[in-house]
Write a protein that binds this ligand. Sequence first.
Ligand code: XMP
Length: 512
Amino acid sequence: MRPTIAILDYGSQYTQVIARRVRESRVYCEIFPHDVTPEDLEAQDVVGVILSGGPASVYDAGAPGIDKRIVEGRWPVLGICYGMHLMAHVLGGEVAPEGKREYGPATLSIEEHGALFEGLAPHERAWMSHGDSVQRLPPGFRAIAATERLPTAAMSDGAKRFGVQFHPEVAHTPRGIDVLRNFLYRVVGVTGDWTPAAFVEEAVAEIRAEIGEGHAICALSGGVDSAVAASLVAKAIGDRLTCVFIDTGLMRANEAAEVVATFGPKLRLVHVDASDRFLSRLAGVEDPERKRAIIGEEFIRVFEEEAGKIEVAGGAAHIVHGTIYPDVIESKSRDSKTSARIKTHHNVGGLPADMTLRNVEPLRRLFKDEVRRVGAELAIPEDILWRHPFPGPGLAVRVVGPIDREKLGVLRCADSIFLEELRAADWYRKVAQAFAVLTPVRSVGVQGDFRTYGYLVALRAVTTDDFMTADWARLPYDLLERVSSRIVNEVPSVNRVVYDVSSKPPATIEWE
Ligand code: XMP
């Protein structure tokens, strides 16, 4: 098993950022709930522990705690903000409110560099966000840095355990990444050797052990996650993997042909044109959630039928999913009682309910950028790796209201013009997602002296890191002008184009 850094999650909005920074340092880490036990950590081959920040106060009733044995010296520990308070608290120190919250930059005066601050200047900028601080150090600890406000801005036991009041994981702490790397390389003593090539090698071995001599199936959507997952599994078990690509009739222009051309020669690929089935079930359906439900159901049905046809000894026993780490984290922390359902983000390729298949999720521990690097290692073409995400229900949620073949055709043309111009202007990679929407609005226009009554197409392009919030992309006017004039000239029934300048919230990225 690979040596792992455990990040204990105390609810900080930066917990995932800590994980990203550790991974960027080529060290493998995983996020654990705060009530993890030392036995669990040992079983995962944990070699060092980072305690995240969090919104609570250690004295709050119900404040998230820690199994004290984790911080008693068995492991090197770095406590960040709340993590530092908690360590001080359970080891016999004292934490108290500051009176006023400190939020923003501070100057850190380093009193003792040691391993953690090696290479840093005597004074460094550091980002603060806290209401409490360590007032009395636990026995055996000493202060190693201060700020104007705080005599204990960092603490150390002189060996392997450290606490920092500031946030080394955020970009506002310019040398923060060096502090984290010092902890990893100098205190814990791990080497930064977790590379895409190392991941591929380990994943292939794991997949072989998991699947044995069996067979697997995979729904290939053409998106980056399923493409990388399928390629990885194919590398491990060759043509004992069968990929099923289902053309729902809701794909973008040329998408089906591209997927078949790219993966057909490399994987055992079954291409199913199920567009008639999907479109006839969707005829006249207006409600977006109903559309999603129908598509989800039909997809599973088609997939089951295809899986049943795969002629292998004993049938396929495993199903490969492109689940990635943020999906795993999100599904663990999702609180269905407190969060309202905005949309059902059903990822096409869900597990058929009555199939007895075992899940294989080779990317379940990777962030998106890591998936792309692994994909590059597996020689997957760049334009697949850098594709914008595309919703499972496809163009069905981009034709507002009832859909039919004619409207889908209009949308496909407009959408491909938009994407083509974005690429030509070098804007495709600068936005997180861009697409056209066919609205149910028809408006009056004039073309060649004649009155027209045509469709209104909306263009949407957004910037975002996590798709939870998003801003509309400030595309140059001349680019918008080119797209608009090409659409009204080249797509017969469209006479008007608008650009969506709404952020999320209050809008969402998709229109339905
Ligand atoms: P919204 O529209 O909620 O979308 O701001 C956020 C991200 O999720 C994608 N999306 C979906 N993905 N099935 C999916 O697999 C869906 O039903 C679905 N709806 C939205 C959307 O494209 C964006 O990336």
